[in-house]
Design a protein around this ligand. Structure first.
Ligand SMILES: NC(=O)c1ccc[n+]([C@@H]2O[C@H](COP(=O)([O-])OP(=O)(O)OC[C@H]3O[C@@H](n4cnc5c(N)ncnc54)[C@H](O)[C@@H]3O)[C@@H](O)[C@H]2O)c1
Length: 309
């Protein structure tokens, strides 16, 4: 049996990755989460995972976990930022996430552990006039969040050049689906559903014509699992649907599947938001048999899941 360490495994995407790995009998799952973390998404997996309490910056603890459990893959799903985060937030991220990531990557290289980094397909590229973004496009982030992801990617490439780190960088588009909390701050579909449940208006920055690519969360984690199983090594891969939807179109699909009205208030556009993000997903299609759930089908599965909360 092989062991994967999932750092941030109680998060929205992390918990989906935990479920995917537990569905394969060949893998044991160890999750690292801070003492203060909300572990509710891990409740369905009680007794089936090893939970270690600690943070990304505790390199000695992570080294011990790698040795104790024989970890062969470490997945990094930790960020404290969102696209609207400020310079002040970026400073904190530098201390708590960016700098500790450099130590983690060095440790993984030393211990011959494959490192999987969840970057951001939605923010590392910036604006390019609306054409789908390819992995080899120049990174030109316009938000501190995208900048943080781009810097951490550079740390991965650096450690690969310096000491041969085996890595996989995934650049997901906007993930959505069951497990995303309607009361949260991130993710258009979940935030919009949360506002509708509270009977509040959803604020849209701009005219609602910004285009985004949406990936159903279980498709994302299934793709990551398959990339690792296939032994894809030292590659950076977009994981999205390859299709663009205007914010207004998404809200119209969501509104049709909610049992209460969705009120929208348009406010000024923010400088941190790119106009259009659609990921060119031909590379992942050439590496694995990649499935992408349609947005409507995914939204139905999401609204069904929140009606059970
Ligand atoms: N959600 C999306 O649409 C999306 C899209 C692209 C990329 N990403 C990236 O994927 C990753 C996972 O996203 P998510 O939506 O699941 O985030 P999330 O906030 O739901 O989960 C992050 C998890 O990391 C844990 N964590 C925070 N600080 C930590 C630390 N110092 N040490 C250990 N664990 C810590 C949190 O407790 C949480 O469980 C993030 O890096 C995010 O930037 C997310």
């Amino acid at each position: 049996m092989q062991t994967i360490l999932i750092i941030g495994g109680a998060g929205f995407i992390g918990a989906s990755l935990v479920r995917k790995y537990l569905s394969d009998k060949g893998w044991r799952v160890v999750v690292l989460e801070p003492e203060t973390a909300d572990l509710s998404r891990l409740e369905p997996f009680a007794g089936r995972i090893e939970l270690v309490r600690g943070t990304l910056d505790d390199t000695a603890l992570i080294a011990d976990v790698i040795d104790r459990y024989g970890v062969v893959v470490a997945a990094h799903l930790v960020s404290t930022m969102i696209p609207g985060s400020s310079l002040e937030h970026f400073r904190r991220e530098t201390d708590r996430i960016i700098s500790p990531s450099a130590s983690l990557f060095r440790l993984c290289a030393e211990k011959k552990v494959k490192l999987v980094f969840f970057s951001s397909g939605g923010t590392v590229y910036g604006n390019n006039g609306g054409r789908p973004h390819r992995e080899d496009d120049i990174r030109k982030p316009i938000s501190y969040y995208g900048l943080s992801k781009s810097i951490i990617e550079d740390l991965v490439y650096f450690e690969h050049r310096r000491s041969g780190l085996d890595y996989l960088i995934v650049r997901p588009s906007n993930a959505y689906g069951p497990g995303q909390k309607p009361g949260g701050k991130q993710g258009l579909i979940a935030v919009a559903a949360g506002k509708a449940l509270e009977g509040e208006a959803l604020q849209i920055w701009g005219d609602g014509k910004a285009v985004r690519d949406y990936i159903y969360v279980d498709d994302l984690t299934d793709a990551v699992f398959r990339l690792i199983e296939k032994g894809v090594s030292c590659e950076t891969v977009n994981v999205g649907s390859g299709k663009g939807y205007q914010v207004n179109e998404v809200l119209s699909i969501l509104g049709a599947h909610l049992d209460r009205p969705l009120k929208v208030e348009y406010v000024d556009k923010r400088t941190v938001d790119v106009d259009s993000i659609v990921l060119d997903c031909s590379k992942i299609g050439s590496l694995i048999d990649f499935h992408s759930t349609s947005l409507e089908e995914g939204i139905i599965m999401f609204t069904d899941s929140i009606s059970k909360i």
